[in-house]
Design a protein around this ligand. Sequence first.
Ligand code: C2E
Ligand code: CA
Ligand code: CA
Length: 675
Amino acid sequence: MLRRIAPAFSSFSKANRAEQTLPVSRADRLVSVYEEQSAGWFWETDAAGQITYLSPQICAILVAHGLDPIGAKFVAIFHPDASAQDVQRSLSYNLTTKTAFTGFPIRIVSDTTNFLWAISGRPYFDAAGVYRGFMGSAADLMDKRNSQTEIRRLAYSDGLTGLANRAMLNSWLEQSLLSRSSGFNPTALMLMDLDKFKYVNDTLGHQTGDALLQQVAGRLQRLTSDTALLGRLGGDEFQIIVPQDSSRAEASGLARSIIASLSQPYDIDGMAIQIGCSIGIAIAPEHGGTPDELVRNADLALYAAKDAGRGVHRVFTDNLLIAAQSRRQMEDDLRDALAKGEMHLAYQPIVSTQSTKIVGYEALLRWKHSKFGLIGPDQFIPVAEECGLIEALGEWVLRTAANDAAHWPDTVRVAVNVSPIQFSNPQFPKIVASALATSRILPDRLELEITEGVFLNTDTHSSQMFKALKNIGVRLALDDFGTGYSSLGYLQNAPFDKIKIDKSFVRGAMSSDSKNALIIAAIVSLADALGMETTAEGVEAQDEITLIRKLGCSHIQGFVYGRPMPLESVMTSMGDPSLVQPIGYSISRDPRVKVFRSAKLLHSARETEIQIRNISKHGLMIEGATLHPDDIGKEVFVELLEGQRWSGNIRWAHKGKAGVYFEISLPNVFPESTR
Ligand code: C2E
Ligand code: CA
Ligand code: CA
């Protein structure tokens, strides 16, 4: 049924004289070899465009598709590939205008996926110059296309998780924002950051970290719909683009289920690992119409989620942008603050529990902003750390404190706070040595306060740093102990001279239902065993001094012995050799919260409507009851909530006001808004 001719190859022979003598059977053989190797196929039509010849293997394929090609119109069997839009026109154009063509992608009419060829052809004419039809060849494109797809896939996917990568996410976001022009069709952008991932990676190794990321990717894939694009930006950062009609409520709902799912334990080689996830969301067009704007705003929302304690999601609001802008302003102002002389140090006394003498001062940085007044270090130190200014600020603090201490008695030390960023600078020991040399104070009089943050850097570095500093002879204190990670391991390996017990443990240590006193006692015995001193921070009341002494802390620092004060005040008190006197409240008390709220007082079989003015864990200040000094000590009931009464005692009564004390803790019955 197939008519085999090989006119296309007559051109071969023209190139070479010797070839011209080749028998036709040779050309036939070459054609056969070419066809059999499936490298391509030949085709021929008559003047009417009907197929008169096709190589056997393409015929077989067409027959398998239920087509009978010989005699059929070429354009009824083959279609231009849809991806090449202008080919449709050009192919029929070339066929009708009888012009040659090369490399047009075509497919079988009934099959749009499996076969793809690049077809070439030219018209042929008989000896009289009459048009007889088209003939040509076709080459397989599928292999080439597949490898291009593979290259594309590799370029656009994340090698570790197989999810989309940053490049892919960017182009998707651009596309989904562009296609919105047809109508209102919000795009939600969700940025995710894993909490504690760095810790897992640093402590359990990269292999475990990689396995963890793969499991995270798997969970995310199960949670996101097919219309969303999920990808990894790098590290432990993931992104989801939800392109269609993603309302705020839906995005929040998805964020909540992601956080819940990712916080479940992971099993990695039989080890249970738990991490968390924070998410920031921005929705177009409300939160930005361009990819850049949307990404920035989702990023700000992510920052807010981390700020809120992590493990939550936040949707962008304008306030976040305003806060970021004022932070930028702070950064700018901070850059000039030193040069403008806006920084100074305040010194807070550190008192020995044994001798009740001041044995040192902690230098605390203060910023007097020309416009905004005094700004606390809790506000600007993190900014300085983030924008790289902490090195310069920290060095200034170190040098200034050492110079100031040079004017103090030799028995009084100075303590300086050191940021983990300063600590990770290999030049830091040199800076310390230089500050000591300039001020000419003995190394042993300088105490560097370091937080657990320094251990998050790789441990080899921190142990070298410890060694270098101990060689210089300065003292080292572990600050804010108990607020960070599990610190016992650090204590064993680092040469600390002192542990500073964080004020959160001292707070409330006096109250009977608190375990804080037990914790302080445990820290003290640990420190004793390791030959370290202990400072209790944040001691405010005099009865706390007694307790701290009883618990065995060697030093006390807190408002009870003095607030941070300017250098001049330190110098005047230095002349006074007497022991320091505690100041401040004699009795520690629970923090009070101001409220404005009515309740009922039941007292001597009477019921009175009262106003509550402030509340603490064990007490209320009330107004409106007619109570007299001889009521002091009497039992009363206060109905804080409908039908719920608490029994307490009158502590004092004066001018229509009274204090009621409760043996058991009061519940937290006031919502934040009424406070
Ligand atoms: P810190 O090192 O824990 O310093 C003690 C903080 O507790 C000081 O706050 C001090 O004023 C406050 N404080 C002391 N006694 C009491 C008390 O009895 N009750 C209460 N409620 N608070 C008390 P400040 O000066 O605001 O400093 C806050 C933090 O800023 C410091 O915490 C320290 O981490 C950081 N910081 C201060 N100066 C520097 C510095 O020069 N460099 C670095 N890197 N950080 C600094
Ligand atoms: Ca400190
Ligand atoms: Ca501290």
